[in-house]
Design a protein around this ligand. Structure first.
Ligand code: PGA
Length: 308
């Protein structure tokens, strides 16, 4: 995460030079615009918040969600293919972090082959701590095998009956156990058709995040995943994604303060492929991607990581 002190300052003079060069108006990630630079952009009819969107200081992440796929042997083969494709560098693309969420059974074995290349995440976790909860996997056990992240409230879990109240408890269990929860929010097809995308995502965010302390908020990642786009081979338009990501940041800002709204990684998920990754991951306010089906083949997933 880039701290405000490290963010490159862009002045009115820099903007004038960029405009004079007639090249694409590209500013460094996390750039801070001076008030005069913002005015200079407005005079050109450009919205400063679109040129340097809120959230450009957030950590970039690409997360693979294998769902219920891959045996141990297949998982290990994938890890060695990923290393071959991404090389030994721990930071592909523009310094994005890579996270892999395999089935629980592959977590322990994937630690060594992914070391320095990707971090581990769980696809779900128990809302409880350690105890008499047969079949549940607690945050403590996930952290113990090297997990740093846990998906919370994935739409496939919500479809299996997980309520917002349970999602909230799981998010808190993840934080209490030292993990970074990746909170998944998004609307159904009917909710979208009814124009309810923003109220639905606001409610999911509010119910899960309200009341977090600043140091807890700093560990949360949000993934906007329209439920109708998951595994469907279709995505929203770029401008729809931009609008929802901006809405998510505004809601996070209202709930947890402006700093959280600015710095929280907000990912897009739902039918991300190596073909559409560059466009989706380059959208203003987009901090990366949560990738399901297209993460199952290591070369495809590596191409998505490189696009981030
Ligand atoms: P998909 O899944 O990329 O296959 O649409 C996304 C997800 O499960 O988070």
């Amino acid at each position: 995460m880039v701290s405000p002190a490290d963010r490159p300052l862009v002045t009115e003079r820099d903007i004038a030079a960029l405009l004079a060069s007639k090249g694409p108006l590209r500013l460094p990630d996390g750039a801070l615009l001076t008030p005069a630079a913002r005015d200079a952009l407005r005079r050109q009819g450009l919205d400063p918040d679109r040129v340097v969107p809120r959230g450009s200081a957030a950590r970039r992440l690409v997360i693979a969600n294998w769902k219920s796929h891959k045996t141990l042997a297949e998982a290990l083969a994938w890890a060695s293919e990923l290393r071959g494709a991404l090389g030994a560098a721990s930071s592909p693309g523009r310094g994005a972090g890579v996270v892999v969420c395999p089935p629980f059974t592959a977590l322990v074995a994937l630690g060594p082959p992914l070391a320095g290349l990707a971090e581990l995440g769980a696809q779900d976790l128990s809302a409880h701590g350690e105890g008499a909860h047969t079949g549940e996997v607690a945050a403590r056990h996930l952290a113990d095998v090297g997990c740093r992240f846990a998906l919370v409230g994935h739409s496939e879990r919500r479809a299996a009956g997980e309520t917002d109240a349970l999602v909230r408890r799981k998010l808190r269990a993840a934080l209490a156990g030292g993990l970074s929860p990746v909170l998944c929010v998004g609307e159904t097809h009917d909710e979208r058709r009814g124009g309810r995308t923003q109220p639905v995502t606001s409610e999911q965010l509010g119910l899960a995040l309200e009341g977090l302390l600043p140091d807890e908020a700093a560990r949360v990642v949000v993934a906007y995943e329209p439920r109708w786009a998951i595994g469907a081979g279709v995505t929203p338009t770029s401008s729809e994604v931009i609008d929802v990501l901006a809405h998510v940041r505004a809601v996070v800002g209202r709930l947890l303060g402006d700093a959280a709204g600015e710095r929280m990684p907000v990912l897009y998920g739902g039918s991300v492929t190596d073909k559409n990754a560059a466009e989706l991951l380059g959208l203003p306010g987009c901090s990366g991607a949560l990738v399901g089906g297209a993460s199952l083949k290591a070369p495809t997933f590596a191409a998505i990581c490189r696009a981030c």
